[in-house]
Ligand binder design. Structure first.
Ligand code: DQA
Length: 151
């Protein structure tokens, strides 16, 4: 299957990120997933990208979203949350996606518990952003715009 010749970017979010804003705000900040969606659609418009945001608390749900992106998105930004550190299934799904993949973590995972230091997704990701707070999604979008220009 060939990658869609479009400027659509999907932002995928894993478990517990639906509770951003309420969830451990000292680590993850005050902004909600709805805020991130609004900001990323607006920034995407400036960058010439159409942005769609998804979230699932289930590993299979994220795999389904990655598979769907094969036909629908030119690039993927993904914060797999806790599945980052455990999921071969998500890595396998990403390996079937042809476009650029950027991995985002809100927190600086390397400053945290050692089980957060390993990422299966980093074996596929073209870039990794960690520790920039929710602003990391905006940095990822700016970098994605550059990657898609040269793709
Ligand atoms: C996270 C970091 C993960 O270790 C954690 O399980 C999350 C969020 C982050 O965005 O910093 O749920 O991916």
């Amino acid at each position: 299957m060939t990658r869609p010749e479009n400027h659509t970017v999907h932002i995928l979010n894993g478990p517990n990120l639906n509770l951003l804003g309420k969830r451990e705000p000292g680590i993850y900040g005050a902004r909600t997933l709805a805020d991130i969606e609004t900001d990323s659609i607006a920034l995407g418009r400036d960058l010439g990208l159409e942005v769609a945001l998804f979230q699932s608390n289930h590993e299979g749900g994220i795999v389904d979203q990655i598979q769907a992106a094969r036909d629908a998105a030119a690039g993927l930004i993904i914060n797999p949350a806790a599945y980052t550190h455990t999921s071969v299934a998500i890595l396998d799904a990403l390996n079937m996606f042809d476009g650029p993949v950027i991995e985002v973590h809100i927190s600086q995972v390397h400053k945290r518990e050692s089980f957060r230091h390993h990422s299966y997704v980093s074996l596929r990701a073209d870039a990794v952003i960690a520790g920039c707070g929710t602003q990391g999604y905006m940095l990822a979008l700016r970098h994605m715009a550059e990657l898609l220009k040269t793709a």
